[in-house]
Ligand binder design. Structure first.
Ligand SMILES: Cc1cc2nc3c(=O)[nH]c(=O)nc-3n(C[C@H](O)[C@H](O)[C@H](O)COP(=O)(O)O)c2cc1C
Length: 397
């Protein structure tokens, strides 16, 4: 079960003796599908080698707020924005106190202040330190702010004491991070999602297509599976990893996609049309490769069937959510599509903005129903997908 697929995790390693377990935590997170970047404090550097962390995470380890080269590559604000989750493991008493009081005197504490990501801490310290009033109050304040506490275990400690304060097991930390993304919102529901681009043949080697990566649709499939749904994906041409817990049906052209959707639509509760389906195809496909000395001035196109509109017309139609990629008049064009196709909601994004375009890892969308339009601000496609599923469940289930 890869429940951290596509998730971006910053692991903060601070100065606890248990920092030597940090490479194992990185490995466990990667095993569950996460992309991991490590920030290490000065204290953390005393206990674990950056080379080990760099090797297992396959990324440069960030250790210094004042590193000019690092600021040019992925600076502290970018790192704070990049993360879906920041896990401080091990979290030293000092680092916990710093984030509790909003200090920003090193890279890790500054990134924590600058992030909108979920923050998890895995305290690790001597049992007396853990039992201290200051620590208890700090943890209470952080929990009230929504910081998730991965509680330490009890037993013999490195210093010889026995008691509570041992770092939670690396596998437990990874599973608690994965559990953040699991909910029951779509339990018992069946979801059909189309994603990726379609390929419309001109001749046996040439075609018309687009540069859809399928990342948004795959993030939606992942979010639906994490919400308990049984998911079928109709996949065109993509350049992203496949959600292995969903059923995958591969297609090439818009006609193939139409047939695959119609063959699988019965008994679905939710249809999400996220694929970038070609509107047009060559009217005639040449059986042989067109010679380059052919006097070919134009290609005659014919219109493809509209898959979303066809599903919306079915007698027992599921809840239908369409995607619109627009370059101008986003809201009015998408609202027109909502009305014309009679679907339940349209998700529109501005593909003229290269930050959120077809092949980007991020998106910014508007969710439009007949009653209202809501903006979902720029974020990773994974987080956008989770927010969209929340809205779909809230309005339609
Ligand atoms: C040998 C040794 C082991 C330590 N182990 C811990 C520990 O397990 N937990 C903890 O909170 N602090 C521990 N400390 C103290 C921290 O390393 C110290 O408070 C440091 O300032 C933490 O810095 P940081 O939070 O910026 O990483 C230890 C110190 C030493 C010298």
């Amino acid at each position: 079960m890869n429940t951290l697929d596509n998730k971006r995790i910053v692991l903060g390693v601070s100065g606890s003796i248990a920092a030597y377990k940090a490479p194992d935590i990185v490995r466990r997170l990667i095993d569950l599908g996460a992309d991991v970047r490590v920030i290490i404090t000065e204290g953390g550097r005393e206990f674990v080698s950056e080379l080990s962390l760099q090797t297992v995470s396959k990324n440069k380890v960030h250790n210094n707020l004042w590193d000019k080269d690092a600021e040019l590559a992925m600076g502290h604000i970018e790192l704070a924005k990049w993360a879906d989750v920041i896990i401080i493991a091990p979290a030293s008493a000092n680092t916990i106190a710093k984030i509790c009081h909003g200090k920003a005197d090193d890279l890790l504490s500054t990134v924590i202040l600058a992030t909108k990501a979920i923050i998890m801490i895995a305290p690790s310290m001597n049992q007396q330190m853990y039992a201290s009033k200051a620590m208890n109050e700090n943890l209470r304040i952080l929990e009230a702010r929504g910081v998730v506490n991965i509680e330490p275990g009890s037993g013999e400690q490195a210093c010889g004491d026995i008691g509570e304060g041992r770092l939670a097991e690396p596998i437990e930390i990874a599973h608690q991070a994965a559990n953040l993304f699991i909910n029951n919102l779509l339990i018992g529901k069946k979801v059909l999602i189309t994603l990726g681009g379609t390929i419309e043949a001109i001749d046996p080697v040439r075609f018309i297509s687009n540069n859809s990566s399928g990342k948004m649709g795959m993030a939606l499939a992942n979010a639906c599976v994490n919400s308990g749904a049984k998911v079928t994906m109709i996949i065109g041409s993509i350049s992203t990893q496949i959600e292995k817990r969903a059923k995958a049906i591969f297609v090439t052209s818009a006609d193939d996609m139409y047939e695959a959707v119609m063959d699988n639509i019965e008994n679905q509760d939710l249809f999400i049309s996220c694929a970038a389906v070609a509107d047009f195809k060559p009217a005639k496909v040449s059986q042989n490769k067109i010679k380059n000395n052919t006097n070919l001035e134009s290609i005659i196109l014919s219109k493809n069937k509209d898959i979303l509109e066809s599903v919306c017309k079915l007698n027992s139609k599921p809840i239908c959510i369409g995607f619109a990629a627009e370059t101008e008049n986003l809201i009015s064009n998408a609202t027109e599509k909502l009305i014309n196709k009679k679907c339940d909601a349209i998700v529109v994004n501005d593909v003229s903005n290269r930050e959120f375009g077809l092949n980007s890892d991020n998106n910014e969308v508007h969710f439009i129903t007949s009653k209202k339009t809501e903006k979902i601000d720029k974020n990773s496609k994974q987080i956008i997908a989770e927010k969209l599923i929340n809205k779909i469940v809230k309005y339609f289930f």
